[in-house]
Design a protein around this ligand. Structure first.
Ligand SMILES: NC(=O)c1ccc[n+]([C@@H]2O[C@H](COP(=O)([O-])OP(=O)(O)OC[C@H]3O[C@@H](n4cnc5c(N)ncnc54)[C@H](O)[C@@H]3O)[C@@H](O)[C@H]2O)c1
Ligand SMILES: O=C(O)C(=O)C[C@]1(C(=O)O)C=C[C@@H](O)C=C1
Length: 366
């Protein structure tokens, strides 16, 4: 059966959902974005099959509506939905990083006969906007759904059937569980990243050279501080209670570290890092985000035109598929590291052997 999906908000996440859903021959995606340039780009780039300038008008004719707007804007859209006269068969969902306030609003919608099932894919990036959208962004990532208690199972299954085109791992949680867990693994870490950048900035006037020395460690820890501030303003506003609890725990943890520093006992300090390493090494995470596994191979390529093409040609000749390729600039003025990602450990091993055999470049696995 053909389904029409309206995606409101065509940035990184809305654009990626729209592209993923288009993998289904039975889905037609129509998009809307408050920014007219984004709307035009989405159409030209084929991120959506069609666009609308009036979502309210088209909403009655679609099967599913996905809000992929910053979470405060999503609440506003949900409020306006109340007067749209949607048929009871329409499924409304979202992609927002917070869930409690959104599901409270969903409860109000239920009183009006509107079905809203909250959603949140746990994959993303510090990049925003339609140009960053990718059809495979959610592959293997967890995608949380937060249906209201007593939601019709068939309706949830229908939404799940549609979302399977994202290739994400769907899971159900309550809004409260969601907001607690995301405060731990996403929202509070974001505040820490921003605070480290503020700390570096404060250093600037006295020691302007310090920032030139910020290398891989600082970069990895603070990448997410380059995210869209409006997105994170809204997330922080909506989940500030949970985030404040994490901050209190963190302050207690920092007090523990302060005590370690005061005592200055080497064994205790080593133990602190050793325990963190053990826990971190056992986490099912890699470079793409929480709970998402990629198989990366690092290749120390020289900085001359064609060196990347040379590597990809070797891999193509041995029919080894790559899932991603990027350059990580770790040092200024010196060549970057080429990072090639594979679908599985076996492909990565074959690639490592192939590059070692056919090139003089050093390789290593993170
Ligand atoms: N960025 C991430 O890593 C990530 C991951 C998972 C979920 N999310 C959530 O997904 C949602 C979208 O995030 P994103 O990263 O795609 O942001 P984005 O900034 O890339 O895109 C947001 C889009 O929404 C549009 N927009 C803003 N206000 C609007 C409104 N009132 N009506 C219509 N369009 C509007 C913007 O023009 C923009 O195109 C947010 O709720 C966010 O919390 C983000
Ligand atoms: O990878 C990133 O840059 C992200 O910030 C993605 C990330 C996160 O892991 O915190 C950000 C917000 C989300 O709601 C889900 C995923």
């Amino acid at each position: 059966m053909k389904q029409t999906v309206l995606v409101v908000g065509l940035g990184l996440i809305g654009g990626s959902i729209a592209l993923a859903l288009q993998k289904s021959p039975n889905v037609r995606v129509i998009g809307f974005d408050a920014n007219s340039d984004t709307l035009q780009s989405a159409k030209v780039l084929g991120v959506v099959q069609d666009v609308t300038k009036n979502p309210e008008e088209i909403a009655k004719k679609v099967d599913v509506i996905v809000f992929a707007t910053p979470v405060n804007a999503t609440l506003e859209w949900m409020e306006s939905l109340k007067s749209w006269g949607l048929p009871s068969t329409t499924i409304v969902t979202d992609t927002g990083s917070t869930k409690s306030l959104i599901m409270e609003k969903a409860y109000e919608l239920r009183q009006q006969g509107i079905t809203f099932i909250g959603g949140h894919p746990m994959a993303g990036s510090h990049k925003s906007g339609v140009l960053a959208a990718k059809p495979y962004l959610f592959e293997n990532a967890y995608y949380m759904l937060t249906p209201l208690e007593g939601e019709n199972e068939e309706t949830i299954n229908n939404l799940q059937d549609l979302l399977q085109y994202t290739s994400a791992k769907l899971m159900r949680v309550t809004a409260t569980e969601h907001d607690h867990m995301t405060s731990v693994v996403s929202h509070f870490p974001h505040i820490v990243a921003a605070s480290l950048v503020h700390q570096l900035h404060a250093e600037g006037t006295d020691n302007p050279i310090t920032k030139l020395l910020a290398a891989g460690g600082f970069r990895d820890l603070t990448r997410i501080a380059s995210s869209n501030p409006i997105l994170w303003r809204d997330i922080t506003m909506q989940n500030r209670q949970q985030i404040a609890e994490q901050l209190a725990d963190w302050q207690a943890e920092m007090k523990r570290v302060q005590d370690l520093l005061t005592v200055g006992e080497a064994a205790q300090i080593e133990d602190y890092f050793a325990k963190a390493k053990m826990v971190r090494d056992e986490l099912p995470i890699s470079s793409q985000g929480a709970m998402y596994m990629t198989y990366d191979l690092y290749v120390d390529v020289p900085d001359y035109p064609g060196s990347i093409a040379e590597i990809t040609a070797f891999l193509a000749e041995e029919r080894i598929s790559i899932t991603n390729i990027r350059i990580v600039e770790t040092r200024e003025d010196v060549f970057g590291i080429l990072v090639v990602s594979f679908q599985n450990a076996d492909d990565r091993e074959r690639a490592a052997a192939c590059i070692q055999k056919r090139s003089p470049y050093e390789i290593y696995i993170s």
